[in-house]
Design a protein around this ligand. Structure first.
Ligand SMILES: [Zn+2]
Length: 143
């Protein structure tokens, strides 16, 4: 019966090596747009790890001006070492669906926290020549 439970995308990583729990993490991306001002994209996910690779499924909460917009389903996957992290965040619903957030950062606090920047390519490359968007992110281990 439990075999029918929907598995996160991390399942794709499963080969001969068994995945291990990778802890619960909170990811927070700073966002600044003309439309909404300064806000944050927050996601808490239980990661599954195989070596340096990890993945998790999450609800994305978008906080703007003290309010939270409805949460959205999202995926996080990437690679993490004791010193560095590189991950992609993809939101599956809502106005952020078109974006791919690529985060790269370095460990602080003995690897319980990573800090760095995220980049999202321009979503209108045909009629906009910008470099996309970049801002700060932090990822903190909750347990
Ligand atoms: Zn653009």
């Amino acid at each position: 019966m439990t075999e029918t439970i929907e598995k996160p995308k991390a399942q794709v990583l499963v080969g001969e090596t068994s995945p291990e729990p990778g802890g619960r993490w909170e990811l927070q991306l700073t966002i600044r747009t003309k439309m909404i001002g300064v806000g944050a994209i927050k996601a808490v996910a239980d990661f599954v790890r195989i070596g340096a690779q990890f993945a998790g499924q999450t609800q994305i909460a978008i906080g703007v001006k003290g309010q939270e917009l409805p949460s959205r389903l999202g995926d996080i996957e990437g690679e993490m070492t004791a010193s560095d992290v590189a991950l992609d965040l993809q939101v599956h619903e809502g106005f952020l669906k078109a974006y791919r957030f690529h985060c790269t950062g370095q460990a602080v606090d003995d690897g319980a926290r990573y800090e760095g920047s995220w980049h999202a390519p321009c979503v209108h490359p045909a009629d906009c020549n910008c470099e996309g968007t970049t801002d700060d992110f932090v990822m903190v281990r909750l347990d």
